[in-house]
Ligand binder design. Structure first.
Ligand SMILES: Nc1nc2c(c(=O)[nH]1)N[C@@H](CN(C=O)c1ccc(C(=O)N[C@@H](CCC(=O)O)C(=O)O)cc1)CN2
Length: 297
């Protein structure tokens, strides 16, 4: 029987455990604070930011949110981030991605104080991750490591194929998988839009991590019998539903499930872990900045 991993259940366990950390910080007079900035009218981005705000409120993290007109000058965004960097009640700062085309994305990532960079996207934190000394692991890849652990999938000595080379998922995921550390030690291949014969590569994988951003790119014929399939895609495709769309992953779930021993669904797989690990990083940031040690889950 294929194990369909319940990402909501794993995420809720982590969120429950984080409650003890928040209580321990509160006992020392520290309320973790997360500041989010949204410079987009994209409906999915708006959904993700409100999910982040609700999750903060639920855990007792102080949420501060700013929205900017997508046509505003880039400097306005940088000024908001600079103010958040200076605010002692703010322990984590994140700019929801993507930002509009006229905004220099790299400059935005550099503008966040690396100690408050709970996304782990600042070049200093990317460097630390690559060097094997992460300050903040990016939320989605970290969440995937936690999902694999919860599903008893050991990465050591396995062949992992990451499909996608984004800065948010593909690159950090591959870097975590090759670390000499728990959740790492995997032989790792990274595939992308220029990869020839993708199916030949994914069929060689013990673990496929699909993060390409193309609906149902990977079907059962591209999966080896008994593999683990982690689907990162959250694609809105037109459908005759109340919302006018449905969510599908980068994996064609039904045919892949026929082959896989372990698979994550969309929705309810990786997505909830992204939010849980953002809360984790925010609690870690508060603990570091206030110099109050907590036992993270
Ligand atoms: N600054 C950042 N921007 C973006 C990140 C990020 O980690 N930091 N990641 C993605 C989007 N993302 C978080 O921001 C995200 C995506 C999906 C989910 C999620 O829970 N999805 C649900 C379905 C939700 C829905 O109804 O649409 C699921 O899969 O079950 C959470 C967060 C890009 N930008």
């Amino acid at each position: 029987m294929t194990h369909v991993v319940d990402g909501n259940a794993v995420a809720n366990r982590i969120r429950d455990d984080l409650r003890n950390c928040v209580d321990a910080l509160e006992d020392e007079g520290v309320t973790p604070g997360l500041a989010t900035v949204l410079m987009s009218e994209d409906a999915a981005s708006e959904t993700y930011v409100s999910m982040k705000q609700r999750a903060c409120e639920d855990l007792g993290i102080e949420g501060i949110h700013r929205e900017l007109d997508p046509d505003a000058p880039a400097d306005e965004l940088l000024e908001i981030v600079a103010a958040m960097n200076e605010d002692p009640d703010v322990h984590g700062v994140l700019v929801q991605m993507p930002v509009p085309d006229h905004v220099d994305r790299a400059a935005v990532l550099r503008s966040v104080d690396p100690r408050k960079d709970v996304d782990g996207f600042h070049p200093e934190n990317v460097g630390r991750l690559v060097a094997g000394n992460p300050r903040f692991k990016p939320c989605t890849p970290h969440g995937i490591q936690k999902l694999l652990e919860a599903a008893d999938v050991d990465t050591e000595g396995k062949h992992a194929v990451v499909v996608g080379r984004s800065d948010i998922v593909g690159k950090p995921m591959a870097n975590l998988l090759i670390q000499k550390a728990p959740g790492g030690n995997a032989t790792t291949t990274v595939c992308h839009s220029r990869t020839a014969d993708l199916g030949a590569k994914t069929r060689e994988a013990d673990i496929v991590i699909a993060a390409a951003g193309y609906p149902e790119l990977i079907d059962g014929s591209m999966i080896d019998e008994g593999a683990t399939v982690i689907d990162v895609g959250v694609n809105r495709v037109d459908a005759d539903t109340e919302k006018g769309y449905e969510l599908v992953g980068d994996v064609e779930f039904e045919s892949a499930k026929e082959k896989a021993d372990v698979i994550t669904p969309v929705p309810g797989g990786v997505g909830p872990m992204t939010i849980a690990m953002l809360l984790y990083n925010t609690v870690a940031a508060a603990s570091n900045q206030a110099d109050v040690p907590v036992e993270l889950p």
